[in-house]
Design a protein around this ligand. Structure first.
Ligand SMILES: [Zn+2]
Length: 443
């Protein structure tokens, strides 16, 4: 992952810094050449740094969203109170089918604005509404223009079951551009595959073969209620591997968890969508942790849920407590020990997410040599100005409005609560035009 060129070194001075061991203390963070050059009580400065006063703020790693359909940014809050199939008909088909390249650009850019504003510095963009080459370029351009770090999982519009030769040509073309023009390495690629739940065994074998020929990591939806056996099917086809990311995984059987763990696969849990849309009774966070499977969080679709990973962390912890407490409560007992902590959930949204996306040695913690993808939270507001740990206060109460500063690869994308470089204004203009077109088409 090459560095994104940045202009000036930065010194974040005097904030409560969250360190990789889960502790926080008042310290400085030095950023040079887009990476963390030092972090601690007495960092060696050269005097040429731009100083950012982070006094009264929590300085923590940027959030990593491991599963989000970015094109849906323009359709946020576009659907509610429905389960998976009506949702897909309403949003993907009725609204999504007519998307032009301009609509893709506006949706992804607005989606990136929502993510950055909420402290997400890296996103896995599961792009399954790209029909034309222009759509693909628009998606890439929007990710590039926003400044966010991303893994773009390309899925075409119907995978290889649509126009087969076009899907392959588009995948190969996209792969060929990787080395030359994907934002200096800030955007990495992967393939969004339909997998056994949504494709035939022959289509799945072909799509996996293409991904592996090109060395592209794979992400697929699997383990949703009513669609069993995806991992078993991949196992029968000898397609399991460490390059496969399983999204949702709510209803994996014990045998499937073992296969995922043994093959080195990863999981993305999306608590709001998992539970509200009925993909399972609870997210797969705890099951993944118990099976030693790397797991991260995702907002999935902002057309249905929030764009805020702090909300997802809290929901994940509540769901895990509910799941593990269910046994004793049913027996009429008072639950005893706690299996997961708030730090575990913060870990899923930072270091865990980086691991899921294949960036484990690059992102997700404040440590020397890591990419300078950081956020700061203003702790002075009543809901964050607490008695105890600032990290716990942030976990319990933080939301997008508390995110003061967002830095990706040393570049400041949000500062003092405002997105920089006119990004918000530009994205708002694009999304308003796009929504007018979408409304016009759906009348
Ligand atoms: Zn999804």
């Amino acid at each position: 992952m090459p560095d994104t060129p940045v202009s000036r070194p930065l010194l974040l001075r005097g904030g409560h810094v969250l360190f990789p061991d889960g502790t926080s203390r008042i310290a400085d963070v030095l950023i040079r050449d887009g990476r963390i050059a030092d972090a601690g009580d007495a960092v060696a400065t050269a005097g040429d740094e731009e100083i950012i006063d982070t006094g009264g703020q929590l300085v923590m790693p940027g959030l990593v969203d491991t599963h989000r359909h970015m094109w849906l940014g323009s359709l946020s809050a576009g659907s509610s109170d429905v389960t998976l199939l009506p949702y897909a008909r309403q949003v993907n088909e009725r609204l999504g089918d007519g998307f032009t390249a301009e609509d893709v650009y506006a949706g992804v850019l607005w989606g990136a604005v929502q993510a950055i504003n909420a402290g997400v510095t890296t996103v896995a963009d599961w792009a399954h509404n790209l029909g034309s080459d222009a759509d693909i370029d628009a998606n890439l351009r929007a990710l590039h223009d926003s400044g966010i770090r991303a893994r773009l999982y390309f899925g075409g519009k119907a995978g290889s079951s649509g126009d087969h030769s076009r899907y392959e040509a588009q995948t190969r073309r996209l792969h060929a551009t990787q080395a030359t023009r994907l934002s200096g390495g800030r955007i990495a690629l992967g393939l969004a595959l339909r997998g056994p739940s949504m494709a035939t065994p022959a289509e799945t074998a072909y799509e996996f073969g293409l991904a592996r020929e090109l060395g592209l990591p794979i992400s697929l939806h699997a383990g949703m209620a009513g669609l069993p056996g995806a991992v078993d099917q991949l196992g029968r086809q000898d397609l399991l591997g460490p390059d496969v990311n399983y999204v949702h995984a709510n209803e994996f059987t014990e045998r499937e968890w073992k296969q995922v763990a043994e093959s080195g696969g990863t999981v993305s849990a999306t608590p709001t969508v998992d539970m509200t849309m009925g993909l399972g009774t609870h997210p797969a966070t705890g099951a993944a942790l118990e099976h030693g499977v790397p797991v991260g969080l995702g907002a999935d679709t902002v057309a249905y849920g929030p764009s805020d990973l702090f909300a997802e962390m809290r929901l994940a912890l509540a769901a895990e407590r509910s799941r593990t407490n269910a046994g004793p409560i049913e027996r009429g007992e008072m639950p005893g020990g706690l299996r997961h902590s708030h730090l575990d959930m913060l870990d899923l949204a930072t270091r865990g997410g980086a691991r899921v996306l294949g960036f484990a040695d690059q992102l997700g913690e404040i440590a020397v040599g890591r990419q300078a993808d950081l956020i700061t939270l203003d702790l002075s507001t009543p809901h964050l100005d607490g008695f105890g740990s600032p990290v716990l206060a942030a976990f319990l109460g933080a939301g997008p409005r508390d995110v003061d500063t967002v830095i990706v690869g040393g570049r400041i994308l949000k500062h003092r609560g405002t997105l920089t470089d006119g990004l918000l204004e530009k994205a708002r203009q694009e999304v308003r035009s796009s929504r007018t077109r979408i409304r016009g088409r759906s009348l």
